[in-house]
Design a protein around this ligand. Structure first.
Ligand SMILES: NC(=O)c1ccc[n+]([C@@H]2O[C@H](COP(=O)([O-])OP(=O)(O)OC[C@H]3O[C@@H](n4cnc5c(N)ncnc54)[C@H](OP(=O)(O)O)[C@@H]3O)[C@@H](O)[C@H]2O)c1
Length: 394
């Protein structure tokens, strides 16, 4: 069935889960056009409905055939994600997920990118708090340098100033599944800087000192303690490669991510803490213990409490210049809400951008793409729901 006349514009798979509910609520609150505008345009169109879909190929193909965009929250993705993506590619349905299971993303890139490109299907993976904001803030800072100073970027430095995390049971189950299903070698390979990128960029030395600290003249004291640094870097580097084979960002581009350090001691402690959490997750005994005291799949912090958290991320794009001058662009991303609320916003507004931004699909083509490839229209939509990215040239 042609994409324009499908029964559903948007389907949320896994809407009964913790993040799925938040996503459905976001759609209900912020995308009334999905219901109201369509009602006016086409009075016979069906109101939102619920379908029970056991995620097997046959059912997923049938669902994908009648849908324009699918958001899937069936996690762990390494267990349930592949047939959903396959059904979307086969049936010309755009797709979004919020996985943090980067080794699985690498497998999906290798398996589906070319087919999706040929079919003009947009696949967006890692659209969550974990990687989405970092890709978009990078795009914003790099674009400022390029458009207002005609300069390419040599380094993108991120400072996570605030991003309190209360893990849901579903996220923990996905972490546990990851540590149980792959060996350390596969995990390490999947986290390499250019692991998701079709071409490789430069090798960059570790910019932090032995204690994991770095002082930046714009961002202040930073600690190399972000638990998601390597996942985020791999996605941002994929954007680098997809956007004119690295020429849009600059041939010498490299991404580095840190947490803001209140002081030297705090920064070192944060670094040790991140290492300890990583080590505990690698141990089956400790995973069992953590599991006993953590929320079960489907559960998480009371969403009202999660909404009171805040996210603040700053990023500096450092120009690739010869000589002593160092032009910079500073981006500030802010959101009133926690990591699960921002994930819901990123997913719903990503889907809306694909559905409503005229000419987008033709402009970006298909493939396993990234938020930065969707670019400015996505950023504008997010601004409309309180996720702001403001950028200045320094
Ligand atoms: N990267 C990020 O920033 C980020 C942020 C948020 C979430 N996530 C990821 O998103 C995923 C979902 O997280 P969550 O906390 O929302 O998990 P959750 O609450 O456990 O929800 C999982 C959903 O998947 C459904 N499901 C699971 N197994 C199924 C099966 N065999 N058949 C049919 N449906 C099945 C569940 O349905 P039932 O209710 O029927 O069990 C539920 O709707 C996880 O992988 C998590 O890591 C990532």
């Amino acid at each position: 069935m042609p994409v324009s006349v499908r029964k559903y514009d948007l389907v949320v798979l896994g809407a009964t889960g913790y993040t799925g509910k938040l996503t459905a609520e976001h759609i209900n609150e912020f995308l009334p056009d999905l219901v109201e505008k369509l009602k006016k345009l086409s009075p016979k169109r069906l109101p939102p409905s619920i379908e029970i879909c056991v995620p097997m190929a046959e059912n997923l193909n049938s669902l994908a055939r009648k849908t324009r965009v699918i958001i899937t929250l069936l996690g762990p993705y390494a267990k349930f994600g592949t047939p959903v993506m396959e059904a979307c590619v086969k049936n010309g349905t755009h797709y979004l997920d919020t996985t943090g299971e980067i080794y699985w993303v690498g497998q999906m890139v290798r398996r589906f990118h070319e087919d999706a490109k040929a079919a003009g299907v947009i696949l967006l993976s890692q659209i969550g708090a974990e990687s989405g904001p970092y890709d978009l803030i990078t795009f914003s800072a790099v674009s400022k340098l390029r458009t207002e100073a005609s300069l390419k970027t040599k380094e993108l430095i991120v400072s996570i100033n605030e991003s309190k995390l209360a893990l849901s049971g579903g996220t923990l189950a996905s972490f546990f599944n990851m540590y149980e299903s792959i060996d350390q070698k596969t995990m390490t390979a999947s986290l390499q800087p250019w692991a998701l990128s079709p071409i490789s960029g430069r090798k960059a030395p570790n910019a932090a000192n032995t204690f994991g600290l770095r002082r930046d003249k714009t961002l202040g004291l930073l600690s190399a303690s972000s638990p998601t640094e390597r996942q985020d870097r791999a996605l941002v580097h994929r954007s680098w490669a997809l956007l004119d084979a690295g020429n849009l960002y600059g041939k010498n581009f490299f991404y580095n991510e840190y947490q803001k350090a209140g002081g030297v001691v705090g920064g070192v402690v944060a670094k040790i803490g991140t290492k300890l959490v990583g080590a505990s997750l690698s141990s089956a005994i400790l995973r069992n213990l953590i599991g006993k005291f953590s929320p079960a799949p489907g559960e998480g912090l009371d969403p009202k409490e999660e909404k009171n958290f805040n996210i603040e991320i700053f990023a500096v794009a450092v120009a690739d210049e010869v000589g002593p001058s160092e032009t910079r662009a500073l981006s500030k991303l802010r959101y009133a809400g926690g990591t699960y609320h921002i994930t819901a916003a990123l997913l719903a507004q990503g889907a809306a951008t694909i559905l409503y931004e005229s000419g987008l699909v033709e402009r970006v083509g298909g493939g396993l793409l990234t938020p930065a490839v969707i670019g400015q229209p996505y950023i504008e939509r997010l601004r409309g729901v309180g996720l702001s990215i403001d950028t200045v040239l320094l």
